[in-house]
Write a protein that binds this ligand. Structure first.
Ligand code: GDP
Length: 295
């Protein structure tokens, strides 16, 4: 994951590491190269521009301490800015200590939403939550079956209503089912479409208005780069969400989505996933990813 991005950052930073002094000239040269790395990675260009500005202001204002080299200093500044770009301290999902926690997943078809709902269910079950998965994707007939199979694998019940085309009612009935069966965590897998579509947005907004989720998470496929960021923008405007889940990081060597998305929609990335298996889910820590990218 993110191999190409990591390699390029390494190459640029290696060059500046050997230099004795931080001058305006070598800072500018390094920043030009970093800008190219970001744009090659398919980072949103406004985000790249702002990032370079921020690093520049910090680098120019810094006296090089005798204990660290200019290369170490600029690497540290880039690390700090990268961590900030990725979300700073990170943000965990909210889980109600009492009553029902409802987590609604939204996103385009194929982004890995159904798989992720099972990954999240498995993770929360391991934290002793009593989980119910809800199959509210009424458009992709295979989705309900897929969720039932995944539910069985992790021993988590799946709520569905055969032949229903009404996801709002499915979600409402699922909550009632959870209440009656003393399940405290409900994960709703909603329908996606291949492209941004008004009806999909209306439907997601209607479910959200009805169940008032504790957390609404937007799931997005990392490999789709700037398209991912654009779909996040559209969902943010029409439905809004509390956090982002980035899937398929294992197949993404460039990193444009993960680097730009939080800055563009101003919502934190809460989980990432890098594999099809159900244990492939990680709480997202911006500083850890920044370290990984900078090698
Ligand atoms: P949905 O339409 O959004 O519900 O998408 P699915 O959950 O059905 O996933 C679509 C495809 O992506 C499936 O083949 C999944 O196995 C695959 N997939 C999901 N998450 C990941 C991931 O993190 N990495 C990889 N490589 N594949 C994934």
């Amino acid at each position: 994951m993110l191999e190409e991005l990591t390699e390029k950052f390494e190459r640029v930073l290696k060059k500046v590491t050997g230099q004795g002094r931080l001058t305006e000239e070598n800072i500018s040269e390094t920043l030009r190269e970093i800008r190219r790395v970001l744009l090659d990675a398919d980072v949103n260009y406004k985000v790249a521009k702002q990032f370079i500005e921020d690093v520049k202001v910090k680098a120019l204002g810094k006296e090089v301490l005798t204990s660290i080299t200019p290369g170490q200093l600029i690497t540290k500044i880039i690390y700090d800015e990268l961590t900030r770009l990725l979300g700073g301290n990170g943000a965990e999902i909210k889980l109600n200590p009492s009553g029902i926690t409802t987590i609604m997943l939204i996103g385009l078809q194929g982004c890995g939403k159904t798989t992720f709902s099972a990954k999240l269910a498995r993770l929360l079950k391991s934290k002793k939550r009593d989980v119910l998965l809800v199959a509210a994707d009424v458009y992709r007939p295979a989705a309900v079956n897929q969720l039932k199979i995944l539910g069985k694998q992790i021993d988590v019940p799946v709520f569905s209503i055969d032949d229903s085309k009404d996801p709002v009612k499915i979600a409402e009935d699922a909550l009632e089912y959870a209440r009656q069966n003393k399940l405290n965590t409900v994960i709703i897998d909603t329908a996606g479409r291949l492209h941004i579509d008004e009806e999909m947005m209306r439907e997601a907004a209607a479910i959200k208005a009805k169940v008032n989720p504790t957390e609404t998470l937007f799931v997005v496929d990392s490999m789709t780069g700037q398209d991912a960021v654009n779909s996040a923008k559209a969902f943010h405007e029409k439905v809004d969400f509390d956090g982002i889940v980035i899937t398929k990081l294992d197949g993404d060597s460039r990193g444009g989505c993960v680097l730009s998305i939080r800055a563009v929609v101003d919502r934190p990335v809460k989980f990432v996933s890098a594999g099809e298996k159900l244990d492939s889910i990680e709480v997202f820590y911006p500083d850890r990813l920044a370290s990984r990218i900078l090698g």
